[in-house]
Design a protein around this ligand. Structure first.
Ligand code: ZN
Length: 111
């Protein structure tokens, strides 16, 4: 049998000071604003990183251009096809930026 606590309503002790009545919105409002501010700061930092360093290390070969064979009995490696042996990959943010840029360039051509 699981022990359980009895829910009893105890009257407030008049000798203790009353707790302030804090609503959820009083705490959630500033916390949400802080969260949005942190997201904006992170987004600006990531956009700057994508503008300055558009390429990152390939995750499969860790920037080496070669990676070990998956089902090999010996320690042999093969060229990385994911990055085409460059060891580089385009960052996701930069890929999104390039996609949006080509979309607006196409719209400008049509106009
Ligand atoms: Zn690679």
């Amino acid at each position: 049998m699981r022990p359980h606590l009895a829910a009893t309503a105890t009257p407030a002790d008049p000798s203790l000071p009353a707790l302030p009545d804090i609503a959820f919105a009083d705490i959630a409002g500033p916390a949400l604003a802080l969260l949005v501010l942190a997201a904006i700061v992170w987004l600006l930092g990531y956009a700057t990183a994508c503008a300055l360093f558009p390429f990152g290390k390939c995750r499969r070969c860790n920037g080496e251009g070669r990676h070990p064979r998956r089902f090999a009995l010996t320690k042999s490696s093969t060229w990385c096809r994911r990055c085409d042996t460059t060891g580089l990959r385009l960052r996701v943010g930069r890929r999104i930026w390039n996609h949006l840029h080509t979309l607006t360039a196409d719209q400008r051509k049509r106009a």
